[in-house]
Design a protein around this ligand. Structure first.
Ligand code: GLN
Length: 549
């Protein structure tokens, strides 16, 4: 069967949840036995989002092969249970970078290099790279931004051309719009959708299916109007109402018939949907047997998107423990040794988040000190792990003034320092230790208990690491190294023996947690928090209680 291509564009407003719609459609098609991947094309000029501020862009999602990508790729992996790669996220910056490099090499010798055909050809080659790999029946391509954006035009044109290149019957155009409710008029308005479809059609890419985000159900009159004025069948007007949880969106889309319409239009050989696991997961998150409060200490907490994968991994970990995780967001630069007790009061676990730069470091180190000395379950991720090492060095190993050279170049105890190959690096883009690295686990550890495996692979994004020159001085005082990268002897996991659950990881476990495979460290961390909460007097579900006894 020829690979089918689905192009998803958005109109009227940004932030309508195109990524979730793509991920949901992907999930539904996989549930029907098809091999699917999702790709995002981003029209901005950065080569990747790696150099952007989290306020600007949210989390940078890292793939196994070390691509720094848009956070939507996290949704694709979590929903579809697939691994994405460099090819799954392409930006205008990347496209131009490659075209200009080829021009310098003489690849277009004799030609004037232009947006059409050179840029559009380059864009198409990224879509076809996935399709031609032979690994997928369906490639879903999400185009970032909103229809009408100047920078998005080459992408729309590339998709228009692709429809003819691979055959119209092998492609489908889905457009996501907003159908707003005007309180003054007391009705839903279709005009923005009509305009959006008109703009898209002017570029030669008319939609086959329109997905309408709306706060209220679309009655048949509204659906008919959209169908009539946007040249689609009424069954191809799909309502997407606000959902309590993003994980319900696939089910809502199934009820609206999105997958059936896609399958029919693309003539896909599909079986009945198997969503048993998915439904079980929804039941768990909708009917938890208890709750547990976990503090998330970070410097971008006003902007939850900066910690997207952590939040989702906590939801997955909670579901596996039959509890709902309530996150208390704690701004690290407002945390001091004086107020840490009040700020963390009632929390049964503390997660210190990844990050860059020295703002809020004292607060993070203070939070670690508090949880270490009170046996509160702790998960430190990347910078969070580094803060745990700094705290331990200062307060348990007698290393006064210990620090990371990221924050203090002349510290007497550089317990966290540049990796050997990082200190000479001047360029900022794509130069960190990125992507999948292996790690060997120490058997007698909480990490091993969680993973139940001697060897694991996790994803990285950092320049600094635990300084091997000071490693023995730390371990002599009780810091336990329970995970090491065997190839380069880099410390990957630290723990504290005398503490019930104190785990710092140099990698990013959150990036690999999916609905079907919640991450073992998060499952274990939430469980430890539940146990702590129980001891501290809060209610926990019966099943877990039995397990503890
Ligand atoms: N800033 C630290 C480093 O570069 C930690 C990075 C992170 O938390 N992702 O090593």
């Amino acid at each position: 069967m020829a690979t089918k291509y689905i192009f998803v564009t958005g109109g009227v407003a940004s932030s309508l949840g195109k990524g979730i719609i793509c991920a949901s459609l992907g999930r539904l098609l996989i549930a029907r036995g098809l091999r699917v991947t999702v790709q995002k094309l981003d029209p901005y000029i950065n080569v990747d989002p790696g150099t952007m501020n989290p306020y600007e862009h949210g989390e940078v999602y890292v793939t196994d092969d070390g691509a720094e990508t848009d956070l939507d790729l996290g949704h694709y992996e979590r929903f579809l249970g697939i691994k994405t790669s460099q090819t799954n996220n392409v930006t205008t910056g990347r496209v131009y970078f490659d075209v200009i490099r080829k021009e310098r090499q003489g690849a277009y010798l004799g030609k004037t290099v232009q947006v059409i055909p050179h840029i559009t050809d380059e864009i198409k080659s990224h879509v076809l790279a996935l399709g031609n790999s032979g690994e997928y029946d369906v490639v879903i391509t999400e185009i970032g931004g909103t229809v009408g954006d100047i920078e998005g035009l080459p992408y729309i044109e590339a998709m228009r051309q692709l429809r003819y290149d691979v055959g119209r019957k092998n492609t489908l155009s889905i457009h996501l719009t907003l159908v707003p409710y005007l309180a003054a008029a007391g009705e839903l308005k279709t005009k923005p959708t009509q305009h959006s479809v008109k703009t898209l059609s002017e570029s030669g890419l008319s939609p086959d299916i329109i997905v309408c985000r709306s706060e209220y159900p679309l009655d048949s009159g509204i659906r008919r109007k959209i169908a009539q004025f946007c040249n689609v069948d009424i069954e191809d007007v799909i309502a997407s109402l606000d959902a309590e949880s993003i994980y319900e969106v696939p089910l809502l889309m199934q009820q609206e018939g999105l997958d059936s319409r896609v399958i029919e239009k693309l003539n896909l050989p599909a079986k009945n949907a198997d969503l048993e696991n998915w439904n079980a997961f929804i039941q768990k998150i909708k009917n938890p047997a208890g709750t547990v409060k976990i503090a998330l200490v970070g410097k971008y907490v006003e902007h939850h998107d900066a910690y997207k994968s952590i939040v989702e991994a906590l939801i997955h970990g909670g579901a596996m423990n039959d509890v709902k995780v309530n996150i208390r967001w704690i701004q690290s630069d407002e945390l001091t040794l004086d107020n840490v007790k009040d700020k963390l009061l009632g929390c049964s676990g503390v997660l210190v988040a990844p990050g860059f730069g020295d703002r809020g470091i004292d607060g993070k180190v203070g939070a670690v000190q508090y949880v270490r000395t009170r046996n509160i379950p702790f998960l430190g991720i990347c910078l969070g792990m580094q803060c745990a090492v700094i705290e331990f060095a200062r307060n348990c190993a007698g290393m006064e003034g210990a620090n990371s050279t990221e924050f203090d170049k002349s510290t007497p105890w550089p317990v966290i320092d540049y990796m050997p190959d990082q200190s000479e690096v001047l360029d900022k883009g794509g130069t960190m230790r990125l992507g999948k690295y292996s790690c060997s686990l120490e058997r007698n550890s909480n990490a091993f208990k969680a993973y139940q495996s001697d060897h694991i692979n996790e994803r990285h994004r950092h320049r600094f690491e635990l300084n091997n020159d000071l490693r023995n001085q730390l371990t002599e005082k009780g810091l336990k190294i329970t995970g090491v990268n065997p190839e380069r002897d880099l410390v990957e996991i630290i723990e504290i023996e005398s503490h019930p659950w104190f785990v710092g990881v140099q990698f990013h476990p959150e990036l690999k947690s999916t609905v079907n495979e919640p991450h073992p460290l998060f499952v274990s961390f939430v469980k430890a928090a539940v146990v702590y909460g129980e001891a501290a007097g809060s209610l926990i579900p019966e099943g877990i209680k039995k397990e503890i006894v």
